[in-house]
Design a protein around this ligand. Structure first.
Ligand code: SF4
Ligand code: SF4
Length: 134
């Protein structure tokens, strides 16, 4: 299984090697899609986690027990090509470069593997071409 999850680290946990234990103790692989620490030293990490279903559940339970809040992300963000007019409004708003313009055709493409389902493009698109199922 492969899932995307947002981790919210309270102040004091940001510099602890908590995420590393997902690999060491639960045999999970992860890619960091986004990492931010705000001025209050609270952290937000968006991870794509791969591994066995049971290990994933145990890993998430471990994170929760360590004080990290977790939030699952849907992978169901989609672009309706019939509605999209390639206006490019969404491209600079996407934090992970999941929307890009083909320089030859000028068509705007959605790259789902990069999407962290933040919802920004969904609110911003004037043609309601982007949608999410939660
Ligand atoms: S803002 Fe909407 S219509 Fe414009 S390129 Fe993005 S998805 Fe397409
Ligand atoms: S929901 Fe839209 S803005 Fe957010 S990461 Fe996905 S494509 Fe980019």
């Amino acid at each position: 299984m492969k899932k995307r999850v947002v981790l919210h680290f309270p102040t004091g946990l940001v510099d602890k090697p908590i995420v590393y234990r997902l690999v060491k103790d639960f045999d999970l692989e992860f890619n960091i899609l986004k990492a931010e620490v705000n001025p209050k030293e609270e952290g937000v990490l968006v991870l794509e986690i791969k591994g066995d279903d049971q290990n994933y559940k145990k890993g998430l339970a471990y994170l929760k027990s360590s004080g990290v809040k977790t939030q699952s992300l849907s992978e169901d963000v989609a672009m309706d090509k019939n509605k999209c007019v390639d206006c490019t409004v969404c491209i600079p708003l996407c934090p992970t470069q999941a929307l890009e313009q083909n320089p030859k055709t000028l068509e705007v493409n959605f790259i789902q593997e990069k999407c962290i389902a933040c919802g920004i493009c969904i609110k911003a698109c004037p043609y309601a071409a982007m949608s999410i199922s939660l």
